[in-house]
Design a protein around this ligand. Structure first.
Ligand SMILES: C[S@@+](CC[C@H](N)C(=O)[O-])C[C@H]1O[C@@H](n2cnc3c(N)ncnc32)[C@H](O)[C@@H]1O
Length: 242
C-alpha cells in the first residue's frame, strides 16, 4: 500500500514518465520496457516498434551478413541524447545511419535542424519510415526544415557539407562501420566543420571504429533506467572540444 501511495504521489508531482525513470533498472523487466516503448506508437498512430532480424529483412543475402537487426532506440534515450547535445540545432543537419522505421528521425525532427535525413538499407523499413514521417507532418510535430528517409546503403551516402550530427545505433557489423567511418574522416579532412557523432548501444568494437576519427569522446548517457536494455550506453564524439 505504501508503495502504491508513493507511486501515485510521484506521478502527481513529477509525471508518469519521470516516475518510471526513477524505478531501478533491475526492477523493470525487458518486456515492461518494450511495452512502455510501444505506448509511443499507440499514442501517435505510428509504427516504429519491434525487433526484426536481418534474415527477415528484404535485403540481399550478402547484406544480411553485415546488417544488424532492426531495433528502435528507446524514445526516452533519443530524447535524452538530443537534449544533451547542447548545440544550436538549427546550424546542423542530422543523419541517422540505418534509420529503420524512422523513430529517431521523428524525434530529431522536433528540433529545428536544418535537415533530418535517415539512410536505410531495407526497402520495407524505409517505406514504413516514409509513412511515419507523413503522420508526423499531419500531427504538426515537425520543426526542422526538411525530414526524409533515403533508401541506400550507408557506405554510399555522401555527407552534406554543413555541420553534422551523425547518429548510430549499432546498425551494421565492423567492416561496414569501417568504410562509413573512413568516409566521414576523409570528408572531414576535406571540409573541417563541427561534427558530432552519437553512438547508442553496447558494442565496444563499434566504439573502437568511431574512435578512428580521432574526435574527442564523451559519455553522454549512462544511468537512466528504462532507457533500454541495461548495458546500452550513449557517447558523443566531437570534432572540436565542446
Ligand atoms: C539497430 S537498427 C537502428 C534503427 C534506428 N536507427 C533507431 O535507432 O531507431 C539498425 C538499422 O540499420 C539498418 N542497416 C543495416 N545495414 C545497413 C546499411 N549497410 N546501410 C543502411 N542501413 C543499414 C538495418 O536495416 C536497421 O534498420
Amino acid at each position: 500500500m505504501k508503495i502504491i501511495t508513493k507511486f501515485t504521489t510521484s506521478v502527481r508531482e513529477v509525471g508518469f514518465g519521470n516516475t518510471l525513470a526513477k524505478i531501478p533498472n533491475r526492477l523493470v523487466s525487458r518486456s515492461m520496457r518494450l511495452n512502455i516503448d510501444r505506448q509511443f506508437d499507440r499514442k501517435y498512430g505510428v509504427d516504429t516498434s519491434g525487433i526484426i532480424y536481418p534474415s527477415r529483412l528484404d535485403i540481399s543475402d550478402t547484406q544480411k551478413k553485415t546488417a544488424k537487426e532492426y531495433e528502435p532506440t528507446p524514445v526516452i534515450a533519443v530524447q535524452h541524447i538530443l537534449k544533451s547535445l547542447l548545440i544550436d540545432h538549427s546550424q546542423y543537419t542530422f543523419v541517422d545511419f540505418g534509420s529503420g522505421k524512422g523513430r529517431v528521425l521523428l524525434l530529431a525532427s522536433e528540433y529545428p535542424y536544418s535537415n533530418v535525413i535517415g539512410v536505410e538499407l531495407s526497402p520495407a523499413l524505409h517505406h514504413t519510415a516514409e509513412i511515419n514521417i507523413k503522420i508526423w507532418q499531419r500531427l504538426g510535430r515537425i520543426k526542422c526544415r526538411t525530414v526524409q528517409s533515403i533508401r541506400m546503403d550507408a557506405t554510399e551516402f555522401k555527407l552534406p557539407q554543413e555541420p553534422l550530427v551523425l547518429f548510430f545505433f549499432t546498425p551494421f557489423e565492423v567492416p561496414i562501420a569501417n568504410r562509413v567511418v573512413r568516409n566521414i574522416s576523409a570528408d572531414f579532412e576535406k571540409n573541417p566543420r563541427p561534427i558530432r557523432i552519437v553512438y547508442y548501444g553496447g558494442r565496444p568494437e563499434f566504439l573502437n571504429v568511431l574512435a578512428q576519427t580521432k574526435f574527442s569522446r564523451k559519455e553522454i548517457y549512462s544511468h537512466r533506467p528504462l532507457a533500454a536494455i541495461r548495458h546500452y550506453r550513449g557517447y558523443v564524439f566531437s570534432s572540436e572540444t565542446a
